[in-house]
Design a protein around this ligand. Structure first.
Ligand code: PGA
Length: 251
């Protein structure tokens, strides 16, 4: 049995004081729900406040991106070592908004993944097809290729610290959700790709989340699917009650 992982992706929302308030509100609602891992990936400037607020609880704190260089002339970027020292255990890499709006490519996604793994963090590696790709029937090829390119030169040992988030781009922030069957099928394609790269055991063990308008009302059905091991949740992670209902669905 794979452990479920429920992660919030706050995106560019929440000031430090709002972060503190949201975590304080969420903590009692998810207390004792230890059958899944619970993570909030927060803006860099919220990390300190979020870590403080989450102390002593079952909520872990992650970041939303990481640069691939160790240090240097990369104005505005944040390195893995910086995150590590702030106590960050998880980091999102390759989110479709980074790919769409900030020029991230499969290559930079691979480099960032490597940098985070080398620093000892767990990566939430995001991938997924755009609407046209689904309509043209090439979803399987797209996610399989993205998986292979993102994991280039990553060892089987390092893969143990990778969680894949399958996020169909057309479902992110749109209110459209993949059906549980679509989510299960495409997470299965990713699992098969892992099998071809790393073998049966790694494929059985890797955690594959679904993301894209997962919410309090659809989480249970999605999380019931064999290949769906959790969720990466944007909008609904900004509401304590909704997020806690998703955590309940993963118990
Ligand atoms: P959403 O975002 O839940 O708001 O669709 C998911 C994500 O972008 O990770």
């Amino acid at each position: 049995m794979r452990r479920k992982v429920i992660a919030g992706n706050w995106k560019m929302n929440m000031t430090p004081s709002q972060a503190k308030a949201l975590i304080e509100e969420t903590k009692p609602l998810v207390a004792g729900k230890d059958n899944c891992d619970i993570i909030f990936c927060v803006p860099f400037v919220d990390i300190y406040a979020a870590k403080e607020a989450a102390k002593g609880s079952n909520i872990k704190i992650g970041a939303e991106n990481v640069h691939f260089a160790q240090k240097g002339a990369y104005t505005g970027e944040i390195s893995a070592e910086m995150l590590k020292e702030c106590g960050v255990e998880y980091v999102i890499v390759g989110h479709s908004e980074r790919r769409q709006y900030f020029g991230e490519t499969d290559e930079t996604v691979n480099l960032r993944t490597k940098a985070a793994l080398e620093a000892g963090m767990t990566v939430l590696l995001c991938l997924g097809e755009v609407k046209d790709e689904r309509l043209n029937g090439i979803t399987d090829e797209v996610v399989s290729m993205q998986t292979k390119l993102a994991l280039k030169d990553i060892t089987a040992e390092q893969l143990k610290n990778v969680i894949i988030a399958y996020e169909p781009v057309w479902a992110i922030g749109t209110g459209l959700t993949a059906t549980p069957e679509q989510a299960d099928e495409t997470c299965g394609v990713i699992r098969n790709t892992i099998k071809s790269l790393y073998g049966e055991k790694a494929a059985e063990e890797i955690i594959i989340q679904y993301g894209g308008s997962m919410n309090a009302s659809n989480a249970k059905e999605l999380l019931a699917k064999e290949n769906v091991d959790g969720g990466l949740i944007g909008g609904a992670s900004l509401k304590a009650k909704d997020f806690s209902i998703i955590v309940d669905a993963a118990q």
